[in-house]
Ligand binder design. Structure first.
Ligand SMILES: [Zn+2]
Length: 491
């Protein structure tokens, strides 16, 4: 299988290079014949023709599609040339007879490899995706069998922890595999993808759902909904007051230390040596383990969320923007401290929790269960009171939420999840306040003024005392309530 990966990667890279070269040839404007313009030769320097220069020689045309003009002219010249993918596909078949390495690879897998390149090409020209890149060993790690090729014999009937089944892969042979998720006997098996990971080989089996997915009702008609607030201290906070913890698989002290030690072992070995490679594998295995743990925990969390209510309301987070670097600060041509070193740790934590992955898992489970998911604008959700909807930065004190306006006390994250649910409700009752944050801000401004006025009357000492007390956050809740009420009286 490792051998296959090498051949397939070379095949892909060669086809890509050929297409690129053909494209460059096409764009060389000359007054010669049309055929010359479109690249009659695979290599301009040697002017060698079809079949005599390189293993995949062919004139490949722009966008992988032959223009009507060229099709006409090639027919005139008695050449039956199709588009790039047709030519390369035909040549690949010939190549299997010529080369031992190509001959060993299953022909459908090889053609599928080419089809993948075509998809990448179409993505670039039609859907404005990135241009297909050359692949290194490190990012070419899988190949795919077409539906009906791989034969699975599931002989796992008992509910033992470790159970092996057998699979026959054409061109490779029969082998056993660890049955981690038993495939139902009546399942319609589609493509089978073989993937090389740090700790071994994996097989991803695509199954066709036997039943159609349930219809997702309109969110306005559901009987119950749950709001979720994602965070770093608590992975998920639900409206019912429960939490899903975040074990910080990749950023906790133990793992960080382990990673640091193992990474250092790699760095100390001679570059290009076998020992360095071996040490690198150990690091990769640890990363894989972290990813596996995270994945498992996220499925658990997603299942919990989806099982709670008939609809889910979440934040519409822009994780990429949250992870952005701090802007460089310049003073008289010198770069000043901009807080990036502190931000780096936060960015690492954000990468570790991977909310995006979690949201996609929730979306999939909800779709399977026929439950609607709504994403709302997350602006000021952590500062807004869920009872009186007063928005202020001072409402929050670490994990504690104390409303300045009504004295409502709650856990800050639970509070945020309730605000999130409330915002979705606004749309329920069709109040439709589009500029929600703008509205709330106006209110805040007025309240802030009065609060300052009140404090000024109280005198400086009193204010500073209140401030220190709040920041310590060790005062019993009753005392805080008292403080809140007195503030309101001054209003
Ligand atoms: Zn309030």
């Amino acid at each position: 299988m490792s051998e296959w990966l090498v051949t397939l990667r070379k095949h892909r890279n060669y086809c890509l290079a050929e297409r690129q070269r053909a494209f460059e040839t096409n764009n060389q404007k000359s007054d010669e014949q049309v055929m010359y313009q479109y690249g009659a030769f695979c290599d301009l320097n040697s002017r060698s023709e079809y079949g005599s220069y390189c293993p995949l020689t062919c004139p490949v045309v722009k966008h992988g599609v032959m223009s009507a003009e060229l099709t006409k002219s090639s027919k005139k010249h008695g050449l039956a040339w199709g588009n790039a993918s047709d030519i390369q596909s035909k040549r690949t078949t010939e190549l299997r007879a010529e080369s031992e390495w190509y001959g060993r690879v299953n022909s459908d897998v090889l053609q599928g490899n080419l089809a993948k390149l075509d998809t990448a090409y179409n993505g670039f020209f039609q859907h404005k995706r990135g241009f297909p890149a050359f692949r290194k060993t490190s990012n070419f790690k899988s190949f795919q069998f077409k539906p009906g090729q791989a034969k699975l014999t599931v002989n796992c009937t008992s509910k033992k922890k470790r159970c092996y089944s057998h699979v026959y892969l054409p061109g490779i042979g029969s082998m056993r595999y660890l049955d981690s998720r038993t495939i139902p006997t009546d399942a319609d098996i589609r493509t089978v993808t073989v993937i090389k990971e740090a700790d071994g080989w994996y097989m991803s089996v695509l199954l066709k759902e036997p039943k159609a997915l349930p219809e997702v009702p309109d969110i306005k008609t559901v009987p119950s909904a749950v709001g979720i607030d994602v965070g770093i201290n608590k992975l998920i906070s639900l409206t019912d007051g429960s939490f899903v913890e975040n074990p910080k698989f990749g950023t906790n002290k133990k793992t960080r230390r382990q990673l640091r030690i193992r990474q250092r072992r790699v760095n100390r070995k001679v570059k290009g040596s076998k020992n360095r490679k071996k040490a690198g594998i150990i690091v990769a295995k640890l990363h894989k383990k972290i990813a596996d743990k995270r994945n498992d925990h996220q499925w658990f969390a997603a299942n919990k969320v989806v099982g709670t209510a008939a609809a889910i309301v979440q934040e519409d987070l822009n994780v990429k923007a949250m992870k952005s670097r701090c802007k460089p600060k310049r003073e008289k041509g010198r770069f000043m401290a901009n807080g990036q070193s502190a931000k780096r740790g936060l960015n690492r934590s954000i990468s570790d929790v991977s909310w995006g992955e979690l949201f996609s898992k929730i979306a999939w489970l909800a779709l399977k269960a026929g439950k609607p998911v709504l994403a709302i604008n997350p602006k000021f959700t952590s500062q807004e009171c869920s009872v009186c909807h007063h928005v202020s930065k001072a409402n929050r004190d670490g994990e504690k939420f104390i409303c300045e306006s009504c004295g409502h006390i709650d856990h800050a994250d639970t509070q945020a999840s309730r605000t999130i649910l409330h915002r979705a409700n606004l749309e329920f009752v069709s109040i439709r306040r589009k500029n929600l944050s703008g509205d709330s801000r106006k209110v805040t401004l007025v309240r802030d003024d009065s609060a300052i006025r009140g404090k000024r009357d109280q005198g400086k000492n009193r204010t500073s005392k209140a401030c220190t007390e709040r920041s310590r956050s060790v005062i019993p809740e009753k005392r805080i309530l008292f403080e809140q009420l007195s503030l309101q009286l001054f209003d």
